[in-house]
Structure formats: structure tokens, C-alpha cells
Write a protein that binds this ligand. Structure first.
Ligand code: PGA
Length: 245
């Protein structure tokens, strides 16, 4: 893993935005895997700003988001699709037909997961996958537990994860859907390149376990150690507990 420690959250956001913009310049039809959560929001704002200044042509890029809540439709203000629209898609010239999302309102959720895997394959696979990390070590909605699932699948969300997402649902965790759909660990590992971003002291433990610890289903992000091209962008607070490797 290539670890980069930067001065603060803004520096991490700029570095992530630069990395995405560079990838777009190198490959106009880039297939980008995207994450929601608080951490990438400033990077998305920076990408919108860059696009307004003429840097970043998204017209041929495709995006696949990591996960989506089940039981709500794409228009629901709490959905990740709406989150991405607000924070990124409305501010860049992406072709709406190239924005891929899991449909949490599908009648057959298992078939929907298969469709998503097929769509990723059909696009030629993900070139660059952006990941945040939960303070419990989850990536996407692959929660810690006795086992991890390789392919895109349904997930029952942990209480802590519903709490973390309450701001999207009127600050009431009981309004956060109990289930979600998520790319699996294998789907994520098949991305050609991965950039994981983490900021803040509440990520210091899971980052240390991800970077220095054993590979374990108890820390889903630790599986990233087996990938050959992972960059980890951290601020000083999130990097506090890592030891030199
Ligand atoms: P956060 O979420 O960026 O809001 O901390 C990260 C995650 O849960 O994957």
C-alpha cells in the first residue's frame, strides 16, 4: 500500500480530486468507482470547481457507486444517488446514461445485484475505485463479521452504520433503511486501482488495523493489503496510529 499523510482534510480532498482528474485526463472513458460519506465530499466539490474552470471532461467517463440503501427509490432525498447528484454529478458534464447505481427499489434485489456485476463487467471493469472507510473498518457496506461476501449483495446494516447515516434521514437512525445493496469485497478488489481516503482521529484505529494488522473479516478494509495498487490518503489525525512499514 502506498500511504500518503497530508496536513489536513483539505489537503486530502485536493489530493483525491487531483488523482481523479489525472486519471480522467489519461483515459477519457475512465470507469470510476465512487463512494459516498462525509470524507470524499470536499474532493467532489474540488472536482466541480476544477470542471467549472475547464479542467475535467467527464463526457465519456462512467461511474459505479459502491452501494445504495434498499427499500427506497432513486429519487428519495436520502438515497446515495441523490447524494452523488448534489455533491458531484450536477456540477460536471457527466452523461446521465453513464451513471450506474444499484437500484434499492428493485423488486428482486438479488437479481439487481447480479445485474450490477454484469454492468461493471460490460463497462470493462473499474479503472479507479474511490473508497472511504467506516470507523469499524467497513468498505462499501461490507460490515465486519465472521465472513465477507465476494460479489455484490444485500446487507443488513449494523446499528452503528444506521446511526452514521442518520443525517440523510432527518437525523433519525430508525428512518435509515435496515438493508442496503453493496459491491462485494471481490468486486472492489477487481478494480485496477484503488484510492482509500480517511480523515479524523476516529479513523486512526481502523486505519492502523487496515495498514499494519492481519487480514481479517473483522476489519474488511484489511483485505486491501492483497491488492497490488492501493493508495491510502490520510490526514495526520487518521495516520496517528500507523507504524512504519
Ligand atoms: P464517512 O463514511 O466518510 O462519512 O466517515 C465512510 C464510510 O462509512 O465508508
Amino acid at each position: 500500500m502506498k500511504i500518503t499523510v497530508l496536513d489536513g482534510g483539505h489537503a486530502v480532498a485536493r489530493a483525491l480530486a487531483r488523482s481523479i482528474a489525472e486519471a480522467l485526463r489519461e483515459k477519457a472513458d475512465l470507469v470510476l468507482g465512487l463512494a459516498t460519506g462525509r470524507t470524499p465530499v470536499d474532493a467532489y466539490a474540488e472536482l466541480r470547481r476544477m470542471h467549472q474552470e475547464g479542467d475535467g471532461d467527464w463526457s465519456r467517463a462512467s461511474t459505479f457507486n459502491l452501494d445504495e440503501f434498499a427499500g427506497i427509490d432513486a429519487g428519495h432525498p436520502g438515497s446515495f444517488r441523490q447524494f452523488m447528484r448534489r455533491h458531484l454529478f450536477d456540477g460536471v458534464n457527466i452523461d446521465p446514461t453513464r451513471i450506474y447505481f444499484l437500484n434499492g427499489a428493485a423488486t428482486d434485489l438479488d437479481a439487481e445485484c447480479d445485474r450490477y456485476e454484469e454492468a461493471i463487467r460490460g463497462a470493462g471493469g473499474i479503472d479507479l475505485q474511490v473508497l472511504g472507510i467506516g470507523s469499524n473498518g467497513h468498505i462499501g457496506f461490507n460490515e465486519p463479521g465472521d465472513e465477507l461476501i465476494a460479489r455484490t449483495h444485500r446487507v443488513r446494516l449494523l446499528a452503528s452504520t444506521r446511526q452514521d447515516n442518520a443525517s440523510l434521514f432527518g437525523d433519525d437512525p430508525s428512518h435509515v433503511p435496515a438493508e442496503a445493496l453493496s459491491m462485494g469485497i471481490g468486486t472492489i478488489l477487481q478494480a485496477r486501482r484503488i484510492v482509500l481516503v480517511a480523515t479524523g482521529a476516529n479513523k486512526a484505529d481502523c486505519i492502523a488495523q487496515t495498514v499494519n494488522g492481519r487480514i481479517t473479516t473483522r476489519v474488511p478494509a484489511s483485505v486491501l493489503q492483497v491488492h497490488r495498487d492501493v493508495e491510502v490518503l490520510l490526514d495526520r489525525a487518521a495516520a496517528l496510529r500507523i507504524s512504519p512499514i
